[in-house]
Write a protein that binds this ligand. Structure first.
Ligand code: HEM
Length: 337
């Protein structure tokens, strides 16, 4: 072997090993952990729990609202609490939370995070990120509503960028096809299975009429209702949601059978044509996702187990660490910079 080819192999080896080292160190740097605040804020989970349990009693809508808030945070710019930042008065740039797709995020969710953050700041000042508090609060509400209690890894920093213009392309539409959903979820590192499991969050909460009204009166331009809605549900939804001129504040429950309980009824509903959004019902209509829907409808403990795993995966999207891209805000809505 000539000197030059040895040299080339050596260079290739060095490049390969250094790039795998950076990948490794980058991964290590951004990895979340269960004991991240073990020394700096050991009571974090209890502090957040005292707020979430109180909120659940006083304003139960905080549960679905906070779970959704966490989803909208993670899908846009990663789980970095960028959805919590308020637009600056007078500034041209509008923040994520004021984007059209976020307008219906309920205030109770923001209030819950603010209250939990204030309590945590009193006990462990300047240590815990808003992004971690949101992740923990979402888990608490899943559990308070009857769902699984899964461990939440921590170590997210808060992001510094929050732009309304980045929201729409990163969130799913209520009439999305399974293909579109798969594409979006896979762009976040989530599989088709993760998508079906995470959609099970629609076992609690509500949607505004505009999100499904076209299914009731004019499905895909046919001037007919969506044939995959149960006729009794169709009738009930039509009464709440007229084709035109209805009250824009009216909402319908995602899970008509047990709207306040975090259970696996969502999947049984899909099998019985009781899905609320076209994107929900599509999961039973598409052969790729149908089997999983049936499996989850049959086995609640499997759903609970998988839901915890999928939330952990979703909670790791685009995690930030360090002062270049991140910060730890004192007040979650306020990015000073
Ligand atoms: C699969 C694609 C998804 C679509 C198309 C979708 C769409 C929607 C829509 C349109 C609403 C109703 C908003 C309103 O009218 O106020 C909603 C609510 C909700 N979404 Fe999703 N979503 C999806 C996935 C998820 C995921 C992954 C989660 C969480 C893990 C989630 C959690 C929720 C919750 C809990 C609510 C109820 C909010 C409340 O009652 O305040 N969704 N979703």
């Amino acid at each position: 072997m000539s000197h030059s080819s040895t040299f080339l192999i050596l260079i290739i080896f060095l490049i390969a090993s250094s790039s795998s080292a950076t990948t490794r160190s980058r991964k290590a740097r951004y990895q979340l952990s269960l004991d991240f605040y073990a020394k700096s804020c050991p009571k974090l989970d209890q502090l957040v729990a005292s707020v979430t349990s109180q909120q659940f009693k006083e304003a139960p809508v905080s549960a679905p609202a906070t779970i959704r808030l966490f989803f909208h945070d993670c899908f846009v710019q990663g789980c970095d609490a960028s959805v919590l930042i308020s637009s600056k008065p007078g500034s041209k740039e509008v923040a994520e939370r004021d984007a059209d797709d976020n307008k219906e995020l309920a205030q109770e969710a923001f209030d819950t995070v603010d209250m939990a953050k204030a309590l945590v700041e009193r006990n462990c000042p300047g240590v815990v990120s808003c992004a971690d508090i949101l992740a923990v609060a979402a888990r608490d509400f899943v559990h308070l509503a009857g769902g699984p209690y899964y461990q939440v890894k921590k170590g997210r920093w808060d992001g510094k960028i929050s732009m309304a213009s980045r929201v729409a392309s990163n969130l799913p539409r209520s009439n999305a096809t399974v293909d579109e959903l798969v594409r979006l979820f896979s762009s976040k590192g989530l599989t088709l299975e993760d998508m079906v499991i995470l959609s099970g969050a629609h076992t609690i909460g509500f949607a505004h009429c505009k999100q499904f009204v076209s299914r009731l009166y004019d499905y895909k331009g046919t001037k007919q209702p969506d044939p995959s809605i149960d006729p009794r549900l169709l009738k009930a939804l039509k009464m709440s949601c007229p084709h035109y001129g209805g009250n824009t504040d009216i909402v319908a429950p995602f899970d008509v059978t047990t709207p306040f309980a975090f259970d696996n009824a969502y999947y049984g509903n899909l099998m019985a044509k009781l899905g609320l959004l076209a994107s929900d019902q599509a999961l039973f209509l598409d052969p790729r996702t149908k089997v999983l829907v049936q499996e989850m409808a049959k086995d609640k403990s499997k759903f609970f187990q998988e839901f915890g795993v999928a939330m952990d995966k979703m909670g790791s999207i685009g995690v930030k660490r360090g002062t270049k891209h991140g910060e730890r805000r004192k007040v979650c809505s306020l990015h000073v910079g």
